[in-house]
Design a protein around this ligand. Sequence first.
Ligand SMILES: *[C@@H]1O[C@H](CO)[C@@H](O)[C@H](O)[C@H]1NC(C)=O
Ligand SMILES: *[C@@H]1O[C@H](CO)[C@@H](O)[C@H](O)[C@H]1NC(C)=O
Ligand SMILES: *[C@@H]1O[C@H](CO)[C@@H](O)[C@H](O)[C@H]1NC(C)=O
Ligand SMILES: *[C@@H]1O[C@H](CO)[C@@H](O)[C@H](O)[C@H]1NC(C)=O
Ligand SMILES: *[C@@H]1O[C@H](CO)[C@@H](O)[C@H](O)[C@H]1NC(C)=O
Ligand SMILES: *[C@@H]1O[C@H](CO)[C@@H](O)[C@H](O)[C@H]1NC(C)=O
Ligand SMILES: *[C@@H]1O[C@H](CO)[C@@H](O)[C@H](O)[C@H]1NC(C)=O
Ligand SMILES: *[C@@H]1O[C@H](CO)[C@@H](O)[C@H](O)[C@H]1NC(C)=O
Ligand SMILES: *[C@@H]1O[C@H](CO)[C@@H](O)[C@H](O)[C@H]1NC(C)=O
Ligand SMILES: *[C@@H]1O[C@H](CO)[C@@H](O)[C@H](O)[C@H]1NC(C)=O
Length: 304
Amino acid sequence: MNLTELLLSSCLLTVSIPSTEPVNSTSFTVLDLSSNPLNSELPDWLVNVSTLVHVDLSYFNLYGRIPLGFSELPNLQYFNLAGNNNLSNGFSEEIPPNLSDLSSLQVLDLAENNLTGRIPGSLGDLQAMAQEQIVIQYLLYYEENLMITAKRQLQLFTKALSLVTSLDLSGSNLSGDFPEELTKLSGLVVLNLSRNHISGKIPENISSLHQLSSLDLSSNNLLGSIPPTLSSLSFIGYLNLSNDDFSGTIPYAEHLTTYNASSFFGNPALCGPPLNVKCQDEDSDSQMEEEVSIKITIMEMNKK
Ligand SMILES: *[C@@H]1O[C@H](CO)[C@@H](O)[C@H](O)[C@H]1NC(C)=O
Ligand SMILES: *[C@@H]1O[C@H](CO)[C@@H](O)[C@H](O)[C@H]1NC(C)=O
Ligand SMILES: *[C@@H]1O[C@H](CO)[C@@H](O)[C@H](O)[C@H]1NC(C)=O
Ligand SMILES: *[C@@H]1O[C@H](CO)[C@@H](O)[C@H](O)[C@H]1NC(C)=O
Ligand SMILES: *[C@@H]1O[C@H](CO)[C@@H](O)[C@H](O)[C@H]1NC(C)=O
Ligand SMILES: *[C@@H]1O[C@H](CO)[C@@H](O)[C@H](O)[C@H]1NC(C)=O
Ligand SMILES: *[C@@H]1O[C@H](CO)[C@@H](O)[C@H](O)[C@H]1NC(C)=O
Ligand SMILES: *[C@@H]1O[C@H](CO)[C@@H](O)[C@H](O)[C@H]1NC(C)=O
Ligand SMILES: *[C@@H]1O[C@H](CO)[C@@H](O)[C@H](O)[C@H]1NC(C)=O
Ligand SMILES: *[C@@H]1O[C@H](CO)[C@@H](O)[C@H](O)[C@H]1NC(C)=O
């Protein structure tokens, strides 16, 4: 049998993936076994199927580890292992830095696992994510994708599929500083690092991600000021910086004025609009300015 696509999403499958290669896979491109109540290991043989383009094993109760050889699939564009909390049994360690060798990868979704350690800076070298996208087309696809996913329809997974360049590492146990190297992925449309323990600052040059349409950094331990450069990212339709440790005045200008307080809640030391919290410094600054100008006026009056 010359299998090219295997689409068995949400089929209540109860058999595991065979541990030896079941097919002659010279043209096997799509494997989608997502949302099945299985317990299976991620089989090693998959790493030898160099024709694979699309692998979705999300919500599959996977356990074991990601075989390192996965980094050697030259055609892989879509790799989704989200929602396999059981990966912690072996893979809990860290995100394999070698994933950065997947030179065609446009979508990496490892959300809702129990990944630990820092986000490897090498992910900034994911070649296909560093390429500029034709944005309009991709935004449309993103909306469509959300809709279709909601309906759980299979036609999403066709070979004609165009991809929204996205990196989702949310809902895990990742720590360490915000990896500055990610700013090199200038084709990224969606970045979700929410619900981890990521600390450090948002780098000034986050503005290099000028195609971002969705940025979710909520529920981490990020600190420092929100860089004013963020307001130049004019494509962002969704921004969430809430439940972090940001401080100082929100650089509420340009594109940032399109967001309301719910994008910034839960940062006790953050102030200024759209939050209903006055900035201490600002007050004393303007008070000082007033005092100075009064003094100048008095001096000028005295001269006369
Ligand atoms: C797999 O299929 C290809 C082309 O159809 C053929 O050349 C090859 O011999 C097959 N390999 C095996 C192990 O059957
Ligand atoms: C992958 O292919 C190599 C070389 O053909 C072979 O030695 C190895 O056993 C294969 N690995 C798996 C897990 O099938
Ligand atoms: C994790 O996998 C083990 C089998 O290795 C299984 O017994 C257990 O129920 C799984 N846990 C979850 C939360 O799926
Ligand atoms: C990562 O890939 C390089 C080159 O392909 C290899 O030498 C190295 O052993 C790999 N690292 C791991 C942890 O597999
Ligand atoms: C995550 O992994 C850690 C150890 O690495 C373990 O202590 C913890 O229970 C795991 N959490 C979940 C939700 O699996
Ligand atoms: C980011 O991930 C979290 C947790 O996985 C999820 O709740 C949230 O909706 C995601 N954000 C966006 C913008 O999709
Ligand atoms: C995160 O990892 C730590 C240390 O490995 C572990 O103690 C903790 O339970 C993990 N948290 C979750 C939510 O899994
Ligand atoms: C942003 O700055 C960091 C740290 O200086 C650097 O590693 C990264 O390559 C820079 N990104 C771009 C796109 O220049
Ligand atoms: C704030 O913006 C979010 C997302 O755009 C929206 O869902 C919410 O209703 C808005 N809240 C208020 C108070 O306007
Ligand atoms: C941002 O994320 C928090 C959870 O961390 C959520 O409560 C809030 O509604 C989100 N804000 C928006 C605008 O989606």
